[in-house]
Design a protein around this ligand. Structure first.
Ligand code: ZN
Length: 223
C-alpha cells in the first residue's frame, strides 16, 4: 500500500482534509461557554496544515465564517450582539510579554496598552474572535472590519512557541496556530486547563500525521 496513488483519497467532510491527514475520529465537542468565532481569509489555502475546521469540531459553540469583511457581529449571528463583550485576538505591533510579563493573556486598548481592569472585563467576555490566515491575511481582516475596534482586543504571549515548529514558520515567536490560540483563550477565560490539553493533543496528532504523510505521500501535502 506504500505507493497508493494520492488521487484515491477522499476529503473528510468534517475537517476538509485528505483522509490521511484527518484526526477527527473520536473528537467529543466541549460544551464551551465562551463562543469561538473564527473568521477565515478566503485565500487561506494551506489545507494540510489548517486548523480552523478542526478547532470548530472541538467546541459545541463555535463557528467558522469565510470572507474578507462583515458589517458587524450582529450581522454574522443574525441576532443582537454586544461587541464590548467580545474579544478579538490581534497582536498587531504589540508585544504581550512586554505589557504584562507575569501573564500570558492580556487585554489591550486601542493604542495597544494594557487595560486597567483586566479581571472584570475578562469575566464579561461572551465570545472570542480569531483571524485565520497568514500574518498579512489576518492584518487584512483586521483593517477591513472596522467593527472590531468596538470589541475588546486580546493578545497572547505563550510561554512556548507554536507547535507548528519548523513545519510552518511563524513570523513571530508569539504567533500561534488557530487551534492553539483558541485552546489557550477558552482555557483561561473559563478556567478549564483541560481544554488546552485536549486541543493541544489533537493538534499534535495532526502534526504527527502530517509528518508521516509528508514522508509516504509527499504529493498530498505539497503546496
Ligand atoms: Zn476529518
Amino acid at each position: 500500500m506504500e505507493n497508493q496513488a494520492p488521487e484515491n483519497t477522499t476529503d473528510c467532510p468534517h475537517c476538509g482534509k485528505p483522509a490521511e491527514l484527518c484526526v477527527c475520529e473520536g473528537i467529543a465537542a466541549i460544551d464551551n461557554k465562551v463562543f469561538v468565532l473564527i473568521l477565515q481569509h478566503p485565500q487561506e489555502q494551506d489545507r494540510s496544515l489548517a486548523t480552523a475546521r478542526l478547532t470548530t469540531l472541538h467546541f459545541k459553540n463555535a463557528r467558522l465564517a469565510i470572507g474578507l469583511s462583515w458589517p458587524s457581529l450582529t450581522k454574522i449571528f443574525g441576532r443582537p450582539v454586544d461587541p464590548q463583550r467580545w474579544a478579538v485576538l490581534y497582536l498587531g505591533s504589540t508585544k504581550g510579554a512586554d505589557l504584562a510579563p507575569d501573564r500570558d493573556m492580556v487585554l489591550v486598548d486601542r493604542k495597544g496598552a494594557a487595560l486597567g481592569d483586566q479581571k472584570r472585563v475578562l469575566r464579561e467576555i461572551e465570545g472570542i474572535i480569531l483571524l485565520d490566515g497568514t500574518w498579512s491575511q489576518a492584518k487584512a481582516l483586521w483593517w477591513r472590519n472596522a467593527w472590531m475596534l468596538k470589541c475588546r482586543r486580546v493578545v497572547l504571549s505563550p510561554r512556548q512557541p507554536s507547535r507548528y515548529g519548523r513545519v510552518r514558520r511563524e513570523p513571530r515567536r508569539d504567533a500561534l496556530s488557530t487551534i492553539e490560540a483558541a485552546a489557550m483563550l477558552v482555557a483561561r477565560l473559563e478556567d478549564r486547563p483541560e481544554v488546552e490539553t485536549t486541543l493541544t493533543a489533537s493538534f499534535e496528532r495532526m502534526l504527527a500525521r502530517y509528518r508521516d504523510v509528508k514522508r509516504s505521500h509527499p504529493a498530498l501535502v505539497r503546496r
